[in-house]
Ligand binder design. Structure first.
Ligand SMILES: NC(=O)c1ccc[n+]([C@@H]2O[C@H](COP(=O)([O-])OP(=O)(O)OC[C@H]3O[C@@H](n4cnc5c(N)ncnc54)[C@H](O)[C@@H]3O)[C@@H](O)[C@H]2O)c1
Length: 332
């Protein structure tokens, strides 16, 4: 059997990654989460009902949690973090504390107890987004090797980016000095069912569509993003972890994302088409301060390492996601 640990296992990516990995009958999973954001809802309970899954409710900012993790994992996916743009503004000090502390403890545990395995750290496109704002000359599509920049230390938005920037340095240097296999992935706007509620653009649009909001608010209407369906995204993550090409030193940093760049306004229009309803009027608002105008990942490295192409089109993914949100309205 292959033993795999996922921290943040009850969260958005963790849940979908667990489901994906369980398709292999030789995989045993340990999922860790403090349930700060992740929830034991019916979807997650389905995963927990699998006899090859063990769940540990642990807070990874507490040193004594690590005694309960055990050892002997082939792969460790460290996803646990405080995530979500709204929280960057509301509790930047917690974003900094939780994300950095849990990563340091994880790496200390890993080098002591699990050095023979391979470690995956989920960084973010936020780590370089400040550079797109600060220097208008970064290449788009943006490759992994651009400088990582904190645009404004006084803008709480960059608290999260700072944890990913310093997190990458921790993982690179721990893997080098303690000689273990590791990989850094930078997700670019993964979306799909169970992605959380407030503060994520697609769930927000779904909620406004369900409420028939008219005029329909769109923040940062001309800002562009790409959106990668979660099933495709977790497949890319596990293919990269399985690939021997990402086993060597110095460790690799790899962008995961889709190539279709669209504006927030176009995204809303696509969703109106998918649900066959549109408001009479749009209410165009500025994006939050520090919001990045344009973001498109260069994913050539991903494609050089593994034979991956997205299988779910944006329209299909939006349909699946909106249907899920209709069936699961915000419990708050
Ligand atoms: N979703 C995306 O598109 C995206 C983009 C860039 C980066 N990421 C990164 O990927 C990872 C997973 O993201 P996600 O979208 O699944 O986020 P999420 O918030 O849904 O999941 C994170 C999980 O970590 C748990 N957690 C938080 N603090 C913890 C602690 N101290 N101890 C144990 N568990 C804790 C939360 O309860 C939550 O279930 C994060 O590190 C995030 O920064 C995600």
């Amino acid at each position: 059997m292959r033993k795999i640990l996922i921290t943040g296992g009850a969260g958005f990516i963790g849940y979908h990654l667990a489901q994906h990995l369980l398709q292999n009958s030789d995989v045993e999973l340990v999922l860790v989460d403090n349930l700060r954001r992740g929830r034991i809802d019916a979807d997650f309970q389905n995963v927990l009902d699998n006899p090859r899954v063990k769940f540990l409710a642990l807070d990874l900012t507490k040193p004594d949690s690590y005694e309960k993790l055990g050892s002997g994992y082939n792969h460790v996916y460290h996803l646990a973090a405080v995530n979500g743009t709204k929280l960057f503004y509301e509790m930047p000090h917690e974003v900094l504390r939780v994300n950095t502390l849990s990563l340091i403890y994880m790496l200390e545990w890993f080098r002591e107890k699990n050095k023979e395995g391979k470690f995956c750290f989920t960084s973010s496109n936020e780590a370089y987004a400040g550079g797109l704002n600060a220097f208008n000359q970064l290449p788009i599509p943006t490759p992994e090797k651009v400088p990582l920049v904190i645009h404004d230390t006084h803008n709480p938005r960059w608290s999260y980016a700072a944890t990913k920037l310093v997190g990458e340095l921790f993982v690179i240097n721990y893997a080098k000095m303690h000689n273990f296999k590791a990989l850094i992935v930078r997700p670019h706007n993964f979306y799909g069912p169970r992605a959380g509620y407030k503060g994520h653009v697609i769930p927000d649009f779904s909620e406004r569509i369900m409420a028939r909001a008219d005029p329909f608010p769109i923040y940062g209407a001309d800002d562009t993003r790409t959106f990668c369906y979660i099933g495709d995204a977790v497949r890319a993550m596990s293919m990269l972890m399985d690939s021997k090409k990402t086993d060597s030193q110095p460790i690799e940093t790899v962008h995961i994302g889709d190539a279709l760049e669209i504006t927030m306004k176009e995204l809303a229009e696509r969703m109106f088409d998918v649900v066959d309803w549109r408001p009479k009027k749009l209410d165009i608002q500025n994006g939050p301060i520090g919001s990045v105008k344009r973001r498109l990942a260069d994913t050539s490295k991903l494609r050089a390492f593994v034979e991956w192409t997205p299988e779910v089109s944006l329209d299909e993914g939006l349909r699946i996601t909106h249907d899920w949100y209709m069936a699961h309205p915000d419990p708050a």
